[in-house]
Design a protein around this ligand. Structure first.
Ligand SMILES: [Zn+2]
Ligand SMILES: [Zn+2]
Length: 143
């Protein structure tokens, strides 16, 4: 990692990589059924950055799904290995949610909130010492 980047990462096969220049502006974990189906497990752990602060190298495939909030969530993944890379949500234009598991050193990650707790499976554990929301809370105030 160069000293001008906060985090680097890549998919399982390495065809897609990324560099985040700054620390994330928000972090969270999502238990919604779409994230469960997309990830194949009980939640997605996401770190949100301004799109301009993340360089993504390599072609991604994507799938757009309409969440129960009515927002369109477009999940980008490696077309070769299927590894999750990032998502974009129509409710948060200009932001990307990086899939934290793809980050090389993700030891810094701590969820600031957990969302869609209503869909949380009993077998999948996320922190209880942060705000937890049954669904998607209103967007935070703009910085
Ligand atoms: Zn890949
Ligand atoms: Zn979700």
């Amino acid at each position: 990692m160069s000293d001008t980047s906060f985090a680097t990462g890549h998919c399982l096969c390495g065809a897609v990589s990324f560099v985040a220049k700054t620390a994330p502006v928000m972090t969270g974990q999502c238990h919604c059924k779409d994230c469960q189906r997309a990830s194949g497990t009980g939640h997605m752990s996401l770190a949100f950055f301004k799109r301009e602060d993340v360089a993504i190298n390599g072609p991604t495939a994507s799938f757009a799904a309409t969440a129960d909030s009515g927002n369109i969530n477009t999940r980008h993944f490696c077309p070769r290995c299927g590894g999750r890379i990032y998502g974009e949500n129509s409710a948060r234009p200009g932001m990307v949610g990086i899939a934290v598991g793809a980050v090389d050193d993700n030891s810094w990650f701590k969820a600031q909130r957990v969302v869609y707790v209503k869909d949380q499976p009993a077998w999948d554990v996320t922190p209880t010492d942060v705000p937890r929301f049954d669904m998607m809370p209103p967007p935070p105030p703009k910085a």
